[in-house]
Design a protein. Structure first.
Length: 115
């Protein structure tokens, strides 16, 4: 019984130290997918923003994404998931007045990069 408890304690300490080492060296970077469309969803403009200051390790990926055309929010989300990005939050802003009534769909994504 002592050997079993000692082995479990050893395995847990190794796993915990590995987790702590990874989290210290990793940094999260974020991007935002914005879809500008109407209520029917037939016409939608999709753009991906990485912010004004883009981290050096994702500059090449950001340039590649900016040149792509997406026909739907799901196309953009699936593409970013294949590139290693994780969905963090979504929200919708609804424009109810004026000539350009519609919705702005916002998807916030994150990716871990090592320093």
């Amino acid at each position: 019984m002592k050997k079993l408890l000692l082995s479990l304690l050893l395995i847990m300490s190794v796993a915990l130290s590995t987790y702590c080492q990874e989290s210290k060296n990793d940094q999260s970077v974020y991007c935002e997918i914005i879809g500008d469309g109407n209520f029917s969803g037939k016409k939608i403009k999709v753009e991906i923003f990485f912010g004004e200051v883009i981290h050096d390790k994702i500059k090449q990926q950001a340039e590649k994404v900016k040149s792509k055309k997406f026909t739907s929010m799901l196309d953009a989300l699936n593409y970013m998931a294949k590139e290693g990005w994780k969905l963090e939050q979504t929200y919708v802003i609804t424009e109810t007045s004026g000539v350009n009534r519609g919705c702005f769909f916002h998807y916030i994504l994150s990716s871990k990069i090592s320093e």
